[in-house]
Ligand binder design. Structure first.
Ligand code: TNX
Length: 530
């Protein structure tokens, strides 16, 4: 083949161009890893940064989030030709993504980034992917460069949760909002709010003001009863629920009963059902009509504050620790004689049914820790949270019996457990909860595929007995919650620990820039002990 000089130069230039571009348009690793990501090796999209980038989107909040990206400026537009456009599925068949109102298709063409989706939630998920792509894109003087291609994406699990215990130590609204911001980035979509427990009651109930006047004073580290009352007013709760909703996060309230009740009983001693050891008012009286009415009033106000929660969690855990005095309570004796009920387990079950029925009547499903799984509650109205990792049988039975179940076993999903062997404070239970273990969950369970049908999702629980400061709570929550996001979203075959870890330093930087001091496993940053 004879090549003249002009052709040669032409070919040379093209080649150089392709090689150069390959360098310029960087690899893009979105966390959590999408279902399918197909990017061109040579075709690019150049976005001019000379003026504001035009965005056609369903919600001005999308623009606000985009504008939080360094160096870039975005502006609302009504045009379908806008550089970033959020559109319905249109010609692109919705069947291309599995049944899910959270899935989306992203196309990066020579002139646009287009998200196709059916719901705001799905577009919001696409937005998180777009944000990360833009942050990782190469910058030239007055443009940014992305690879052309497409992403097809949908979550593995509908429930991608994080639980925060605010009773043992109170985080407060600034930290909670910051946490919600970061959850949204990794497509976590359920914030389970543990608002009541033995040390402190954190939710204002108008009908019973002493719950917060008295019950909110104190924490796991201050049981004097003289500390400041730390709690959320109803107005603050509504605000946080709306804040979360904007970020595609549903907030699920937990009012723990009949155990873990000390704070409420300090305020209203007439509802005492006895306790154990250091928590001597651990349970509500499970059979006293006035106590049942009191709890129903509380649930009614809770329901009003969380209209979209779908689920009200009523705890139900560890009751046997504190039921020792039940046989001496007149109301329990009467209940056992009248029903009749044989033993304390039956009394507990009776109480569970009574409260769960009430929650259902309010229009919510009942959430409960896995102790409720063998109490015969209706499977279509109940959500089980499996936490006892050493009781695998409890999980198998819950799933076999048809209970929708959230997997949140102590190991590896309790974030009050240490995350690295060198760390000295925090719980251990024949082992720890490493970043890698979180990432490898729930595949590490080796659940039978048939049982998986009733798994609605996974959740990390952050109990805060051993977490006094916000610095420590951040240190314990991150970067594990990033791994949680990928474990909850990405299909097994799409989870890749190596590329995840390669991207992680950037994410730790992102967290730091947003005032969240994550543990840095690469720099082995020092432990925050309290
Ligand atoms: C068990 S998990 C509890 C919590 C503790 C936690 C500490 C559960 C339902 N109950 O009350 O905070 O262990 O790891």
């Amino acid at each position: 083949m004879v090549v003249n000089l002009r052709d040669f130069i032409d070919i040379y230039l093209r080649f150089a161009c392709i090689l150069g571009l390959a360098f310029e348009a960087q690899a893009q690793r979105i966390i959590p890893q999408p279902m399918e990501q197909n990017l061109s090796t040579d075709k690019i999209l150049e976005i001019s940064t000379a003026g504001a980038i035009q965005v056609n989107c369903p919600d001005p909040f999308f623009i606000e989030l985009l504008n939080s990206i360094d160096r870039l400026d975005f502006q609302q537009s009504d045009s379908k030709q806008a550089t970033i456009s959020f559109l319905p599925f249109g010609k692109i068949a919705a069947e291309q993504i599995p049944a899910s109102d959270e899935g989306y298709i992203l196309r990066i063409t020579e002139s646009q980034i287009i998200s196709h989706a059916a719901t705001r939630s799905a577009h919001f998920n696409a937005l998180q992917s777009i944000r990360q792509m833009l942050e990782q894109a190469s910058f030239a003087e007055d443009k940014i460069i992305l690879k052309q291609g497409f992403i097809r994406d949908a979550p593995r699990f509908a429930w991608r949760g994080f639980m925060l215990d605010e009773s043992r130590h109170f985080s407060g609204e600034v930290a909670v909002k910051r946490h919600l911001d970061a959850m949204a980035r990794y497509k976590l979509n359920r914030f389970h709010w543990h608002l009541t427990d033995s040390p402190g009651w954190r939710i204002e109930i108008k009908k019973y003001p002493k719950l917060t006047e008295i019950g909110a004073r104190g924490s796991e580290s201050d049981r004097s009863g003289d500390g400041p009352a730390e709690f959320y007013t109803q107005e603050q709760i509504r605000d946080i629920v709306a804040y979360a909703k904007q970020r595609n996060i549903v907030v699920i309230p937990e009012i723990d009963m009949p155990g873990h009740a000390d704070a409420a009983i300090r305020a209203y001693p007439e509802h005492d059902g006895g306790g154990y050891k250091k928590w001597d008012k651990f349970t509500f009286n499970p059979a006293k009509p006035e106590t049942l009415a009191f709890l129903e009033d509380i649930l009614r106000e809770t329901a009003e504050l969380f209209p979209d929660a779908g689920v009200i969690h009523f705890g139900g855990d560890e009751v046997h620790f504190g039921w020792g005095q039940w046989p001496e309570l007149d109301e329990v004796k009467a209940l056992m004689a009248n029903e009749p009920l044989e033993g304390l387990r039956e009394v507990e079950s009776w109480f569970n049914h009574r409260m769960a029925n009430f929650i259902n009547e309010l229009g919510f499903k009942t959430g409960g820790w896995d102790e409720i799984a063998n109490k015969g509650l209706p499977t279509d109205q109940t959500l089980v949270f499996w936490w006892r990792h050493d009781k695998r049988k409890v999980l198998d039975e819950a799933l076999q019996n048809g209970y929708p179940t959230v997997l949140c076993p102590r190991r590896p999903l309790y974030f009050d457990f240490v995350q690295h062997d060198s760390h000295k404070t925090g719980r251990r239970w024949n082992g720890i909860c490493t970043l890698e273990d979180v990432h490898n969950f729930p595949d590490s369970l080796n659940l039978e595929p048939a049982l998986f049908e009733n798994v609605v999702g996974i959740q990390a629980n952050m109990w805060t007995e051993t977490m006094i400061t916000q610095e420590r709570r951040d240190f314990m929550a991150w970067p594990r919650s990033i791994a949680l996001g990928e474990a909850a979203w990405s299909a097994t075959e799409r989870k890749d620990l190596d590329s995840f870890k390669q991207q992680l330093p950037n994410e730790i930087e992102w967290l730091k820039a947003h005032n969240i001091q994550a543990w840095d496993p690469f720099a082995m940053s020092p432990e925050v002990p309290r």
